[in-house]
Write a protein that binds this ligand. Sequence first.
Ligand code: C2E
Ligand code: MG
Ligand code: MG
Length: 712
Amino acid sequence: MPRSRQRDRHAPPAPERQKKDPAPPTKPALPRDHEPLARLLQLAGLGCWEVDLASGQMVCSQETLNIYGLPAAQAPASLEAVLQAVHPQDRELLRSTLTELPEREGMVSLEHRVPAAGGERIVHQLAEAVRGPEGRVLRLVGAVQDVTRLRHSERRLQLLSQVFESTSEGIAVSDEQGAIFLVNAAFCQLTGLSAQDCRGRRLTELGDQPLSLASLRQAQQALALKGGWSGEITGHRPDGEATSFWLTVSALQRPQEAATNYVWALRDISPIKRSQEQATYLAYHDALTGLPNRLLFNDRLEMAIAHAQRTGQTLAILFLDLDNFKNINDGLGHAVGDQLLKDLSARLRELVRREDTVARLGGDEFILLLEGKQDPDYSVRVAQRILDSLAQPFSIKGHQLYVTGSIGITIFPDDGQDLETLVANADMAMYRAKAQGRNSYSMFTPAMNSRVKKRMDLEGALRRAVEQEEFTLHYQPKVDLGSGGVVGLEALVRWQRPGEGMISPGDFIPVAEDTGLIVTIGHWVMQEACRQMRSWHEQGFRDLHVSVNLSPRQFQEKDLVPSVHSTLAAAGLEPRFLELEVTESMVMSEVEEAIVILQELADLGVALSMDDFGVGYSNLYYLKRFPMNNLKIDKSFVRDISTQPDDRSIVDTIINMSRCLKLKVIAEGVETSEQLAFLRELNCDLMQGYLFSRPLPAEEISDLLASNRRLA
Ligand code: C2E
Ligand code: MG
Ligand code: MG
């Protein structure tokens, strides 16, 4: 400002200026016949003026006076008076332009400012020199217009367009049908598309489809319902990397028009999300070890308690405190101490299942939450594993470091119903473990403590029993009802626990199953049973078979089938003389896999028997699909067969059904002659029970076989 545009730079030489004094102050006005024109100009906001060069007198229209802020009473007598109303910084240019006007040809256009109340006005000035017939310049005439609002809104538009182009938010504007007609630079940058690519297309039709269609459709549906939408949508950046955008769609109703435009504003929020995730991670994790901190632990425990309350499950909390960490920290420095805590954290994570939480509370205090299927023994096993693991030295910066820990254990719901109580009681139990001489664990409830201790003792003794081969087998005859003779023998394991006598499988098989020791024990049972049966065959009892019970854990072993095969081969026993007893619960959890395994066993040539039938699923459909040879009616039905009509009809049904499925039926637990009579009447094939013989050691069975006694 001011800007001046000249229509003609080759103006004729300046006419001689008349150096006359200004005219006497008569009131200037436009000639009368100009008045309608003046009115029109006023309506258009245009002012005009004229300076007579001969007299130097100036005539202004009312609008000109308004524009220059001059009251009508002080109508300027000369150009100079108008110039005084112009902004001082623009005044000289206007003056010189007008002074030089007589020397120019054509019109001059320029803008200048006029100070006004509350700001300044922008005035557009058009002026030209008017010549007489001989070419002499007679007058200067001009038109002025207040263009303040026009210029301001132009400037505003310019600013808005700069903002539109420079904002980091990608913006696309579409018509009512969603066809894009305007995009900014950021939109192109975010989507990797050019303005040309976008023009006339919908967001769902963009070439490389940077925004996921499913997300867009969801946005469009909401848009149709509500007229606006904002939310997170997925997509990918031009380099192909998956990202999240925040999309805001707003409808723009154009004034006085039915049509609506839509503004689609797109922001790449993955950096924000990443930093949020980072911030959340830092808030919930221990900076040194990367383990969950107290906050996250509390969160998880609260959730686990709520879940356990709904499902009736139990939870265990283990509070671990190192016994001698301070010595290491003080003696070898914090760097070594820190590394020890890190290594320990890694070890702790290895000792538990994925669903369990290991957290660091601070210092050398750790806390574990054991979730899911939970028994007190699991928590104790984990505690023992932690102590065993601590017994292995940590080697850090050339040092072999030994630490021990004390662990307190609480079980939900027995030892507390809420977070605070459970943690406080675990802490208390931990102090009890420290008081007991450290390097140990303690359950919060004394009763639990002794139960667990007994169980742990049993586990330890069982481990030794496996090493020392303290097991033996008893055999119980299976009797054919027709002949009354022994057709087979069921091998039943016994544990001769030193100092405790003979322990029945009911007391130790569940522990062996939990600890996995059953696999070794079961393997031994099978070897021994096959070896013994081969020996009886050699003694002349040629048609006898031996039955071996399989445990669920053994059934899951990958090498079960090859192991059975090699055991038979090693014993030199034909497969048809081995029968494997399985239970329904074992095979029903993974039916299809079980069918495959059972079929492989059947293909080996061994016989299969369904043990304890009637107490489990008793599912006939599956029974038909399993390649079974025999079915053993559970002893609970046999027990009451002579007194309970219901049990009698159940047994009757099982026997009839087995006939249809071409299965042989054996009744177990036959103790009385009444039971025998009923079973005979129902045409049961085979029997087993104290009535005929208790399970006996092999030598006694040899005597029994040699006596050739009829047992039924
Ligand atoms: P099971 O396979 O159903 O074995 C039959 C159980 O009933 C045996 O108990 C047997 O002694 C008992 N029994 C036999 N006749 C009578 C009777 O007339 N009346 C009563 N009340 N009981 C009778 P045991 O030997 O204590 O075995 C219990 C369970 O332990 C067995 O049930 C079997 O599931 C499991 N088991 C035994 N030995 C082994 C083994 O070597 N491996 C595996 N995995 N499990 C075994
Ligand atoms: Mg059995
Ligand atoms: Mg049984």
